[in-house]
Write a protein that binds this ligand. Structure first.
Ligand SMILES: [Zn+2]
Length: 113
């Protein structure tokens, strides 16, 4: 499953960070997930529950913020509404996706040894 490999990648990223800071455990992880990233938040949470056992994240809280998709015109930078035609009404340029497909490890709170 897609979400499982994402969680595995995420955990190794968190572990690397924790080791770098000499942390013994992770309290909280904050993620930003774009609504167009193709990630099922529920599945991601389930995968996290499965993988965090016996990891540095065993007691970590997982906070997920879903980021709405935003489109803009590549020429005049005008924000374009999703759902509308994805083309700038002035420049006739196809809209460019500004945000909404990202998966960002926003913040890790950890406990030092
Ligand atoms: Zn434009």
């Amino acid at each position: 499953m897609h979400e499982y490999s994402i969680v595995q990648a995420l955990m190794s990223q968190v572990e690397t960070e924790a080791r770098k800071h000499g942390a013994v455990s992770v309290d909280r992880i904050e993620l930003k997930i774009g609504e167009l990233s193709g990630i099922e938040v529920d599945l991601l949470r389930t995968a996290f529950e499965v993988f965090r056992d016996r990891s540095i994240c065993a007691r970590a809280e997982l906070e997920i913020e879903v980021v709405p998709a935003e489109w803009s015109c590549p020429t005049c930078r005008e924000l374009l509404e999703a759902g509308a035609r994805l083309q700038c009404p002035d420049c006739k340029q196809p809209a460019r996706l500004l945000s909404g497909d990202e998966i960002v490890l926003q913040r890790i709170e950890m406990e030092a040894a």
